[in-house]
Write a protein that binds this ligand. Sequence first.
Ligand code: ATP
Ligand code: MG
Length: 216
Amino acid sequence: MTNSAIGIMGGTFDPVHYGHLVTAESVRAHYGLQEVVFVPTGMPPHKSPQLVSEAEHRYLMTVLATATNPAFSVSRSEIDRPGPSFTADTVREVRRSRGRQTEVMFITGADAVRQLATWSRLDEIFQYCEVVAASRPGYPFAEFEQEIAQLPRAVRQRIHFLEVPALAISSSDIRHRVAEGMPIRYLVPESVKSYIDKMGLYRVARTSVRRGDLGS
Ligand code: ATP
Ligand code: MG
């Protein structure tokens, strides 16, 4: 990686939590990335629109959560693009805005990387990106290796595994906690907690939640 390498951290961020933040910061420090761009998804192809909060809420919470880190930024590219979000388009747009020499590390958790084979235009993504799969409690490395073994060799060589501080936090669990009146303090930044309280988000439980699904 050169000095102009940046990270892209894609996610639904419904809401953003400390698991996302510690992952992005660990990858940034390990690979010496200049910047990590958080990209909240528009309409995730794998999640029904009724099950995902308004993009503007997810975007604003991500801005609040990342505001104190000078190396973090948030992109509106997916939420402003109509229709389903595709990682390949996001990578292209970020490279266009930062310059074509920019190398990109796409950051995912070990759960999301397992869906990689289903992402559209994989060749295009791997033409410009390395992918980092960060450890995540509940998603063992051995399973991750099995999934990766099925991908073409050229793709496998561009996937890296990084151990990050283990935080067993998920957005689904946070939503569940809010609906049940359980505390979310210390799971999300205080600013995000205040936003959730102020806007009354997640008070009504969703009928079904597909845990851990993300990716395009
Ligand atoms: P949900 O429960 O709604 O799926 P989530 O907590 O998995 O939410 P996402 O927005 O789906 O959050 O995840 C965005 C990215 O962050 C994914 O690549 C995911 O694997 C990664 N990620 C989320 N939580 C953690 C965590 N606690 N540790 C490491 N990586 C994580
Ligand atoms: Mg998820």
